[in-house]
Unconditional design. Sequence first.
Length: 169
Amino acid sequence: MENYIRQLIEDIRATRLEIVQQNELKSTTDPEDEIALGDFSLVEKYIYGERIPIEVITGIEANLLPPADKLTHDQMAVLAEELEKLLEVKHFALVFPESLPLHIRYPLIRKFWNEMHVEMTSGTSHIEFCRYEPDNCPYPDYCQCKDFQNSDDEENNTDHYNGEKEETG
């Protein structure tokens, strides 16, 4: 399996390099060109565009990604990192709890590989893997929502100046 993983990582990296080179060739938009920057066709394409499998968008077939139960934690971690980098150059950002280990991310990324999305040529499509519901958190040991909830509670319990003058007796 180790040889297969090594070859798969080489294929993922080669694909990523090819995409980066294609992106560099395509990046001809002048940032000073207000007409090009104001073009909403990219937004419309994202909203109404044809949805295709991630495996087609990335060029790495889902069936090439081994099941998690056949891999070690280290192998899953390396594959997760490489797949996230590949998705990044295709304008996808996977959003996990910050401290979620890579080996736990791998099965989620592998499942994502069969999802349908619009291929993007610019911007970033953020893919959330958290529902932001602390009581139903799929990653209770790594949940960050409780931190946000605590800061919201503190904020709600803080007295704020409301713009009115205080009367003194």
